[in-house]
Design a protein around this ligand. Structure first.
Ligand code: GRF
Length: 222
């Protein structure tokens, strides 16, 4: 049997997306794969508490580290965990180019809006949802995409829409989107781990034909 795919997570916040991945993978009868470690960008990130509770390894780069030192730390830690896939789940820092290159096609990010709208530098957390409300758009959502050297720009892997309702606040939109994130992130990572989606030679996400033969697409009346 093939070795289970080893998933590492990079996070900065409370870690509810990390938790969704642990709940999906690190349990008996779950898909082939396991979350093996989390790197938090700050020592007080709530995700570290979740990691302890789940028995998952964790690490934090030295706070004063410059870009080169951070890149070294990330590469060494990810290699020590023998990481196959790297997931950015609420990671607030730009991933150094060397790390992006080392995990090209195997590193993904979750963003709480429908990219390419409402993404890029400075578009994180409540700012995203405030911008969505100010723009008056009726639809927002969540996006999982492959990571490249820029914030929120890499090839899109999957997206799911979420309505923006009258009277919504950034907090109410965030909560609705987060619930969707917890669904699509584990699903996308599972598909990547199983080789059902990959980064194609044309630089776009390429879904295997067999995915379209699953019951989501074939279980139609008539
Ligand atoms: C999520 O909304 C994610 O899309 C964004 O940061 C938030 C992280 O939430 N990038 P959590 O730490 O996973 O709870």
């Amino acid at each position: 049997m093939a070795e289970p795919v080893r998933i590492a997570v990079l996070a900065s916040g409370g870690g509810s997306n990390f938790q969704a991945l642990v709940d999906r993978f690190n349990r008996a009868g779950g898909p082939q794969g396991a979350v093996v470690g989390v790197i938090a960008s700050r020592a007080d990130a709530g995700v570290l508490r979740r990691a302890r509770r789940a028995g998952v390894a964790s690490a934090v780069p030295p706070p004063q580290a410059g870009e080169e030192e951070t890149a070294e730390f990330l590469l060494e830690t990810l290699a020590a965990w023998r990481s196959d896939i790297v997931v950015l789940a609420g990671y607030m820092k730009l991933v150094p180019e060397r790390v992006v290159r080392a995990y090209w096609g195997r590193i993904v990010n979750i963003h709480p809006a429908l990219l390419p709208a409402f993404g890029g530098k400075g578009m994180y957390g409540g700012r995203v949802h405030r911008a969505v409300i100010e723009a008056g758009t009726r639809i927002t959502g969540a996006t999982v995409h492959f990571v490249d050297e820029a914030y929120d720009r890499g090839p899109i892997l999957c997206q799911w829409p979420v309505p923006v309702l009258a009277g919504d606040t950034p907090e109410s939109v965030a909560a609705r989107v987060l619930a969707v994130e917890h669904q699509i992130l584990p699903a996308a990572v599972e598909s990547l781990a199983a080789g059902i989606v990959r980064l194609g030679a044309d630089g776009r996400a390429e879904w295997a034909r067999e995915w379209f033969e699953t019951e989501v697409f074939t279980n139609r009346e008539g």
